[in-house]
Write a protein of this length. Structure first.
Length: 275
């Protein structure tokens, strides 16, 4: 009698009576380590999948909503919600920085574990570095040393008052100085301080797990209005009636044409002599 043979890989006897049994394979390249905190995260599977995909990408790879939609079958709304959840929980961090020539840029950091510090990149078998011989220092000159531009006072005051609207939005001096250029850019685009405050404080998540500055920086970049190309139209005003000098009493009054004021006008009946 011939017995049936299974094509499944053989494994050591397991005491597990039900559920999943793992067949482990040791990998030495082209793999990504995921924390159980992320892989077993309760909630949307899209959020876990987006996080795992981002962590598997090399540095410099684009992770915009459009770039992610080219990989995943879900739409932009689901991808945007996944990115928002990852940022709120600390898996992603967006920093608003000033690039060359004062241009505001956004850098995105992906953490394999929230709260960890970024580590320097490791290179295998680095080539020896030959340091150049020390050169004599140039003589001092009288050229002025450039100073950092002071933050816009209106922008810093707006950021410092956010915690009056929501106590969770208490920012440090360093965070205010980092966010002030983006707020000043909004003000330069014609947005009023009240509108900027409303954009930063309304519809906040129920829980803010990390520093609120990162959430505010994300809103200042993603919700930035277009540049103002022309001044706002002035409201319609009624035409101003010119002043005239009364032909009778020389008193000034407003009228479209010269003549007498109301007090000097004599009705036709009063001009007739009494019978």
């Amino acid at each position: 009698m011939t017995s049936a043979h299974s094509n499944a890989p053989s494994s050591a006897p397991s005491r597990v009576s039900g559920g999943v049994i793992h067949i482990r394979t040791r990998q030495t390249s082209h793999f990504t380590v995921l924390a159980n905190r992320l892989a077993q995260r309760a909630g949307s599977a899209v959020t876990v999948g987006v996080a795992a995909y981002i962590l598997s990408l090399p540095d410099g790879a684009p992770i915009t909503i459009d770039a992610l939609c080219t990989h995943f079958a879900e739409g932009k709304k689901a991808i945007a919600e996944a990115l928002r959840e990852l940022e709120d929980e600390g898996w992603l961090e967006r920093r608003v920085e000033r690039g060359p020539r004062g241009r505001i840029i956004t850098r995105t950091f992906a953490y394999d574990l929230p709260g960890s510090s970024p580590e320097p990149a490791r290179e295998a078998d680095p080539a020896p570095v030959h340091e150049p011989e020390p050169q004599p220092e140039p003589p001092p000159t009288s050229a002025p040393v450039p100073r950092a531009t002071a933050p816009d006072p209106q922008a810093t005051d707006l950021l410092a008052r956010l915690h009056h609207r929501d106590r969770r939005l208490l920012l440090s001096e360093r965070e205010i100085a980092a966010l002030a250029p983006a707020v000043a850019d909004w003000l330069d685009r014609g947005v009023s301080p009240q509108e900027v405050t409303a954009t930063l404080t309304t519809r906040l998540p129920a829980r803010i797990n990390r520093r609120p500055a990162r959430l505010l920086a994300h809103r200042l970049v993603t919700l930035r209005p277009p540049a103002c190309t022309s001044p706002p139209p002035e409201p319609d005003r009624p035409p101003v009636v010119p002043l005239q000098n009364c032909d009778g009493c020389e008193r000034a009054f407003r009228a479209d044409r010269a003549g007498r004021c109301r007090d000097c006008r004599v009705p036709p009946s009063a001009a007739r002599p009494a019978a």
